[in-house]
Design a binder for this molecule. Structure first.
Ligand SMILES: [Zn+2]
Length: 174
């Protein structure tokens, strides 16, 4: 069987589908953010903390996506987290954003302006989860969502750094 996505000449020769683990995490986190965690979620704070550890360990080509995933989780925590569990998660997220800022080239970029991430938390999560892998980025380009920023500016290190800095400021002042 030859899948359409594997035809010669397809963008980047990468199948445009989220890797299984990212799809699994996207479904689980989206359900948490919508207020109806999946049955497999035993501990919401534990599941959310994966966004921090994934950013803490992200390789260069995953960094933009992982910053946006962690940003969506930070927005969620800011809105919903008000117990002791949340403070540990806030610290993990903040440390991961600080590491990311140390890795990102924050110099001048060719863009006059950067589009915003979607203000909807689950949409920002969707953007991040897709940008975190070559396969996800291929899907992002193949089937663009009207509310999602264009790939080239979304991956711009200056934009990613500004997003990480904003998230860090909100977490530290929370
Ligand atoms: Zn830029």
């Amino acid at each position: 069987m030859v899948m359409e996505s594997l035809r010669p000449g397809s963008a980047g020769d990468v199948p445009p589908f989220l890797p299984f683990q990212d799809r699994y995490d996207l479904e689980g986190l989206t359900a948490i953010m919508e207020g109806y965690p999946l049955a497999r979620t035993f501990d919401v704070a534990w599941d959310l903390s994966f966004a921090a550890s994934a950013l803490q360990e992200a390789a260069d080509d995953e960094l933009a996506g992982r910053v946006f995933v962690a940003t969506a989780v930070a927005w969620y925590v800011e809105a919903e987290g008000d117990d002791a569990d949340a403070q540990e998660l806030v610290d993990e997220l903040a440390n991961a954003f600080e590491r990311a800022l140390g890795l990102l080239d924050d110099g001048p970029c060719p863009h006059i302006a950067h589009p915003d991430l979607p203000s909807d938390t689950t949409e920002a999560l969707w953007v991040g989860m897709h940008l975190a892998s070559a396969r996800g980025r291929a899907a992002y380009e193949r089937w663009p969502e009207p509310w999602a920023p264009p790939l080239d500016t979304a991956l711009c290190p200056a934009f990613v750094a500004a997003t990480a800095r904003d998230s860090l400021t909100r977490l530290r002042n929370g």
